[in-house]
Design a protein around this ligand. Structure first.
Ligand code: FO1
Length: 309
């Protein structure tokens, strides 16, 4: 099998994982979540694609985990003058990405080709593939009603109890043929340490993707984004509880057990290993937090060298 690695990705943990892999592997594909894409001011924002692109181009605001570093917010300030809502902090340079993407979409290009073109402009050599060119929208139900993920998480700061998660459009979405090819032609497929419900979950709802992963299960490895019953960053544990999934590495393994035969968990979670093995999964233990570049590369190297897919 070709020496290619494919990562299903969404969010900042995924960026760290991919950066670590790209530092040592010659060919890395990223299949990106599109469920949190969001229309704002007539612009199409693709947070997971952009965070990955900026992260690999060394443009990412590392502190926030999204947006362009040292960006300015003049456009947003002017939108406020015009009476628009400004809870979604779109920076000026970031806005250029959304504007050009939206124009290209209006001119008939698809998200796959636009992303490829943008990666070239940003000199990103990792191949970022949107999981589908169709629309999927992750929506969150709360006691206050149901809303887009960005509204729940950014506008209302994830305050309310989550009652349910829906992936509108996922059922009918066609898998990106490039994503299917990438899964088939890789020696290893990694489910990145992203939120299992809102970053990786929407992609697993696409039948063609789930089927392809299930077929390739032996070479699929998930990296846990949790230590104990908490997420390393973000609200993964909260969404897992809401979906009735045990918020720990075992719950994650069970959720992924149809599509994955290997899981990397934190050494602190080693007491869960036996229970996870009962799901017919191989368990690998190491340090999964990635606080700096050395830690990103160490985890990537552990995964590529230790996981016997
Ligand atoms: N997250 C926030 O918490 N606040 C923001 O104002 C915000 C703006 C933003 C702009 C562009 C972009 O690509 C991402 C942005 N994010 C923001 C992150 C985003 O809401 C989510 O964290 C991701 O969708 C989760 O993967």
């Amino acid at each position: 099998m070709a020496d290619v690695i494919t990562v299903l990705a969404g969010g900042t943990g995924s960026v760290k994982m991919v950066r670590g892999l790209a530092a040592q592997e010659s060919k890395v594909n990223v299949i990106s979540n599109v469920g949190d894409n969001y229309w704002l001011y007539g612009l199409y924002v693709c947070p997971d694609i952009d965070t990955m692109m900026y992260g690999l181009a060394d443009l990412l605001d590392q502190e926030k985990g999204w947006g362009v570093k040292k960006d300015t917010f003049n456009f947003l300030r002017q939108m406020e003058v015009f009476g628009e809502e400004t809870w979604f902090r779109m920076g000026d340079r970031d806005a250029a990405t959304h504007l050009i993407r939206t124009n290209m979409l209006k001119n008939g290009k698809n998200l796959t080709d636009i992303t490829k073109w943008m990666c070239e402009r940003f000199a990103v050599s990792v191949n970022i593939i949107p999981v589908t060119d169709n629309t999927i929208e992750t929506r969150i139900s709360t006691s206050k009603g149901e809303m887009h993920l960005q509204e729940y998480w950014v506008k209302y700061r994830g305050r309310d109890e989550v009652e349910g998660i829906q992936y509108i459009g996922a059922e009918k979405a066609r898998p990106n043929p490039e994503a299917v090819n990438a899964i088939q032609n890789s020696k290893l497929v990694i489910l990145a340490p992203g939120n299992p419900l809102t970053s990786i979950g929407p992609m697993l709802q696409i039948k063609g993707i789930k089927k392809e992963l299930a077929r390739a299960k032996k070479k699929v490895v998930a990296i846990s984004p949790l230590i104990g019953d908490s997420s390393i960053t973000g609200p993964a544990a909260k969404y897992m509880r809401a979906a009735g999934i045990e918020p720990n590495a075992y719950g994650l393994a069970k959720m992924y057990s149809d599509v994955c035969s290997n899981i990397v968990i934190d050494a602190k979670d080693k007491t869960l290993a036996k229970k996870i093995r009962s799901l017919d999964m191989s368990v690998y233990e190491t340090k999964i937090t990635m606080k700096n570049k050395a830690a990103e590369e160490a985890l990537a190297s552990f995964v590529t060298k230790q996981v016997h897919a």
